[in-house]
Design a protein around this ligand. Sequence first.
Ligand code: FAD
Length: 370
Amino acid sequence: MSRAKRVIICGGGAIGVAIAYFLSRRGAAPVVIERHEVAGSASGKSGGFLAFDWCRGNPLDRLARRSFTVHAELADTLGNPWGFRRLETYGGYAVEGSDARGPGERPWLSEAVTITGRLGSRQTTALVEPRAFTQGLMAAAEQHGAELRHGTVTDLVRDKSGAARGVALEDGEIVEGDAVVIAMGPWSILATRWLPLPAVYGYKGHSLIFQTGEALPAEALFLEYQESSGEVLTPELFPRADGTTWVCAVSSTEPMPVDPARVLPDEGAHARLEAMCRAISPVLAAAPITARQACFRPVTDDGLPLIGAVPGVSGAYVATGHSVWGMLNAPATGEAMAELILDGAAGHVDLAPFAPGRLRALDPARLRQA
Ligand SMILES: Cc1cc2nc3c(=O)[nH]c(=O)nc-3n(C[C@H](O)[C@H](O)[C@H](O)COP(=O)(O)OP(=O)(O)OC[C@H]3O[C@@H](n4cnc5c(N)ncnc54)[C@H](O)[C@@H]3O)c2cc1C
């Protein structure tokens, strides 16, 4: 009997963990190496909003539809400890200072908010609590034989032919494997020092979590909010199954620290977000805030993820750059990567639009200058 294929996965975000889960279900032996903590970055701090058909007309469409379906199946199969819930989704706008203190057309919204239409139904939009999803999927992978290691990957290890055969950690340890997957989110740019990979950038977002209990219905909201300065924010409000409500707005292009544990909010960003929340909802104005968060989402030069084999280096793979849809697309990415690594090709989705070789590899000298 041949031994199980040992796959080293660098990064314990939703993408790395989903790959580990699907590999473990196929009898492989994945090892997730995480520098900070599983779900410690965007995969624990994001909105967790999922949409079936919001990528139509875009190369992501097939991946997104498949992933939405697999999300529902995973919640069913694994007992849903991450609060997967279907909800209605609406769009609207609000203007700061437009006498916005009384109740509006929904009791939890102020008069400042005008709802303009429905963007999604319970058939097409849903929500997960992203930290519980990512950690729950890692736990399920471990039950099927996956291993989780704490460590900072600092290099790729190759055999004489140049094929990937493991990784080196900061403490000098070598972790050997038959294949290596780079899934370090925006920190995947660090792997351009070891592999011919295109650039991945981190784009920062801020969010708040409110303890709202039963006060909000299962309705997600996408708004345009004009501040009195004239600046327009595009907040998203997601009431979760666990009685909290997640709200984000205020993006920035602040540089990303090399250590994921050192991500901090921009000065004033949360105060601005809190002022906006008070203006759009009397319930949020009164609710305790349980988390003030900042995180970086991974973005590529053409806005599409990198999912596939690294050209020219046998046994090396990458899965990152999922931008605003990383929580949605984690399951189908994990499934497709497991198929690619074990069968040689993805069965459910076409990975061609996401081929890492479509973008020019970053010259590592540019990284050293940055
Ligand atoms: C504010 C905000 C809201 C969002 N909302 C949504 C949403 O509603 N729906 C949706 O689908 N998507 C959303 N996203 C996008 C989604 O969160 C990301 O696309 C997704 O989390 C990316 O997952 P990842 O696993 O690629 O990266 P990450 O979550 O960043 O994970 C990468 C991991 O790699 C680890 N790492 C880094 N360097 C090393 C190293 N050298 N060695 C070992 N490990 C390392 C890090 O510690 C980290 O845990 C949002 C993003 C943001 C910022």
